[in-house]
Ligand binder design. Structure first.
Ligand SMILES: [Zn+2]
Length: 290
């Protein structure tokens, strides 16, 4: 059986309805639901799962069970965002760098394998490149990454938009998640640095049929992402497979098959070699087992 690396998923969500997904764990992680999601991953050939975090302890509980399903599981425990910005559904907020350091200490206490940071908003599909909130300033992105690295943590960062992406790449972020609307001029920064790009195309495709979303904007967003990925791959950039499974329209297990198909469509015949190299680099950076 072919095996897969799910380099970006959220085991606490159910792929259909995020409120319902969160409600299921509100009195503590629902272990039977977690087991059902892990079984779906195993049955789809997933042997590595990197969680993007949650504020309910679900990914930490999943890590305890994952070995039974033959899955190497890594988690940041929760994601970290700046107060007033996107990220409340997956983690906790800081207002000052001293509060941020406290969250790093909490992540360490809870057994985080790495740190997950939120640098920008999510995509809206009413108009092209519309993001839900402004990005963090470059200096703040540098400070957050430097402090986490200083504490010995690798950094997984949710980031979209050219300014935040440039800052994330310059700061040496270990992996950039989504990475939509990257400036083409920054592709060498990506390929010459150590950052792994996890483009999560499977999470974008399902928006096409939703209210308030333009199918043309969704198609253009995916087309442009595919074009940049192809150019990045030609420059030798590291690209890894992650579907954002658990997000609405992205079922656990099946999501990674969709992601591989979308990436293969974008990268062409080089896709298997490019993705194998990217996944190897990501696993080396986020090995878990702390
Ligand atoms: Zn995510």
């Amino acid at each position: 059986m072919k095996t897969y690396c799910e380099c970006h998923g959220h085991i606490f969500m159910n792929g259909a309805d995020y409120r319902e997904g969160m409600a299921a764990h509100k009195n503590g992680p629902d272990l039977s639901l977690i087991r059902a999601h892990l079984a779906a991953c195993r049955d789809s050939g997933i042997t590595y799962f990197r969680d993007g975090g949650d504020a309910l302890g679900v990914s930490l509980a999943a890590r305890e069970l994952a070995a039974e399903y033959g899955i190497r599981y890594v988690t940041p425990a929760f994601a970290i965002h700046r107060k007033g910005r996107y990220g409340g559904i997956v983690g906790y907020e800081y207002e000052t760098l001293s509060e941020y350091r406290q969250l790093l200490a909490r992540a360490r206490r809870e057994g985080a394998d790495f740190i997950k940071l939120m640098f920008s908003g999510i995509l809206y599909f009413d108009t092209y490149s519309h993001l839900s909130c402004p990005p963090l300033p470059g200096e703040e992105i540098h400070a957050l990454v430097d402090i986490a690295h200083g504490e010995g943590f690798a950094v997984m960062a949710h980031v979209n938009g050219p300014e935040a992406l440039r800052a994330a790449l310059e700061a040496g972020t270990d992996s950039i998640e989504h990475g939509y609307f990257m400036d083409e001029e920054d592709l060498p920064l990506l390929s010459e640095g150590r950052t792994v790009w996890v483009p999560t195309m499977a999470a974008i495709a399902p928006f096409a049929g939703r209210p308030g979303c333009s199918a043309e904007v969704v198609a253009e967003t995916l087309r442009r992402q595919g074009e940049l990925l192809r150019r990045a791959a030609a420059l030798g950039a590291l690209i890894a497979t992650g579907s954002d499974s658990g997000a609405v329209g992205v079922p656990h297990g099946a999501g990674i098959h969709t992601e591989e198909a979308l990436l293969t469509n974008a990268l062409g015949e080089d896709a298997p070699a490019v993705l194998a190299r990217g996944n190897r680099a990501l696993l080396a950076r986020f090995p878990g087992g702390k």
